[in-house]
Design a protein around this ligand. Structure first.
Ligand code: SF4
Ligand code: MG
Length: 322
C-alpha cells in the first residue's frame, strides 16, 4: 500500500511561540520507503522535537505532515481505533531503553503488550510464540521472556525495546539517539542489528543523532539542523565528501576517529546561542566566518543544488562559498 515512487512523508513544519525552547521552523523534508534519513546537530537544535512531531507526541502549530499520501497533521489530536491503527505503523525508539521498559513486568509481557492491545484476537499461546520469535530476531533467547529488565545490560535492554517496537510490524521507526547511552562496542552491534532488521522488513528510519560517525554508518541522507532549522540536507556520501554549509563543514571537521564514537564532545568552537532568542537572519551568523550584512538580516532558505543537496546559506547561493 506504499507508493514507493512518491515521498510519503512530505513536509514537516512547526512553529511554536509557547514552546519556543523547542521550536523548529522551516523544517521540510521527505523520507522514502526503506530509506534512512538522519537528523544531526548539537543538542538543543530541535532534532528530538522533529521526531516527536512526526509521531504525534507534539502537535503542529503550522505546516503539515503527510504519511503515505495522507495528511496527518492533526495526529496529536486524534483518538480512537483508527488513530491507534495509524500510530501502530510508526514506532519510536528512545535513547534510554530502561526508562521506557516497565521494571515490574517480565520481558515477555513488555514485548507482548502491543500485541494484546492491537491484536486482541490472538491467543496467549500464539502471543508467547510470537514474543519468542521477536526475541530471536533481536539476537536474544525466547527464555529471556521470563526475566525482568533490570537483569539485562543496556545493550540487551535496547534489543528488548526494539523487539517491542517490532511486535506491531511497523513501517516507520523513529530512533532518537538509540545508541548514545551505550558502550562503543555495543553501539556497533545495535546499529548492525537495526540495519539487518531494516533489510529484512523494509523498514524506514528517521535516525536522530548528535554523532556524525554513527550517522555516516546508518544513513542514506542526512539533514543537518542548526537552531531549529535545516542548514543542509544531502545524500550521505555527498555530505561527507563535499559539504557546502559552513556549519556542516565545521561539524564534519570535528568528526573524530572511531574510538571517539558515542562520547558527547564539544564539537565546534563558539557558543550555541539561546534557541529562545535565535540570532537574526541566518542563526549561524555569529559563528560563521563568511557572515556579511545580508546574513545578519535575511533568513536563508533551503535551495536545491545540482549535486542532490539542498543548502540554506546566502554565501553558497551567491557562490562565495563552495
Ligand atoms: Fe554563514 Fe551567511 Fe551562510 Fe549563514 S548564510 S552560514 S552566516 S554565509
Ligand atoms: Mg535530543
Amino acid at each position: 500500500h506504499f507508493d514507493v515512487s512518491k515521498p510519503w512523508l512530505n513536509r514537516v513544519i512547526e512553529r511554536s511561540e509557547k514552546l519556543s525552547l523547542k521550536a523548529v521552523d522551516g523544517v521540510s523534508f521527505s523520507i522514502r520507503r526503506g530509506e534512512t534519513v538522519a537528523l544531526v546537530g548539537e543538542s538543543g537544535c530541535g532534532k528530538s522535537t522533529v521526531a516527536r512531531l512526526v509521531v504525534g507526541l507534539y502537535g503542529l502549530t503550522r505546516g503539515s505532515l503527510v504519511f503515505d499520501g495522507e495528511d496527518i497533521s492533526d495526529l496529536a489530536q486524534r483518538t480512537g481505533r483508527q488513530a491507534a491503527s495509524l500510530r501502530k505503523r510508526f514506532q519510536m525508539i528512545f535513547q534510554d531503553p530502561y526508562a521506557s521498559l516497565n521494571p515490574l513486568w517480565r520481558v515477555g509481557t513488555i514485548i507482548g503488550e502491543p500485541l494484546r492491545f492491537f491484536r486482541p484476537e490472538m491467543s496467549s499461546a500464539d502471543r508467547r510464540r510470537r514474543v519468542g520469535e521477536l526475541l530471536e530476531q533481536v539476537g536474544m533467547s525466547p527464555m529471556d521472556a521470563l526475566r525482568y529488565p533490570h537483569e539485562f545490560s543496556g545493550g540487551q535492554r535496547q534489543r528488548i525495546s526494539i523487539a517491542r517496537a517490532l511486535s506491531n510490524e511497523p513501517e516507520f521507526m523513529i530512533c532518537d539517539e538509540p545508541t548514545s547511552a551505550l558502550d562503543v562496542s555495543v553501539q556497533a552491534q545495535i546499529l548492525n542489528l537495526m540495519r539487518d532488521l531494516q533489510d529484512e522488513y523494509g523498514l524506514t528510519y528517521l535516525f536522530i543523532s548528535h554523532d556524525m560517525a554513527v550517522v555516516k554508518h546508518m544513513s542514506d541522507r542526512i539533514a543537518v539542523m542548526y537552531l531549529g532549522r535545516i542548514a543542509e540536507i544531502a545524500p550521505s556520501d555527498q555530505l561527507f565528501g563535499n559539504p557546502h554549509h559552513p556549519y556542516s563543514k565545521m561539524l564534519l571537521a570535528a568528526v573524530p576517529s572511531l574510538e571517539g564514537v558515542g562520547k558527547e564532545r564539544t564539537m565546534i568552537q563558539g557558543e550555541v546561542p539561546n534557541p529562545v532568542h535565535p540570532p537574526s537572519g541566518c542563526a549561524f551568523h555569529p559563528r560563521c566566518p563568511h557572515a556579511n550584512a545580508r546574513c545578519k538580516a535575511e533568513v536563508p532558505l533551503l535551495i536545491a543544488r545540482d549535486d542532490g543537496s539542498e543548502v540554506a546559506c546566502h554565501g553558497v547561493e551567491e557562490g562565495r562559498i563552495e
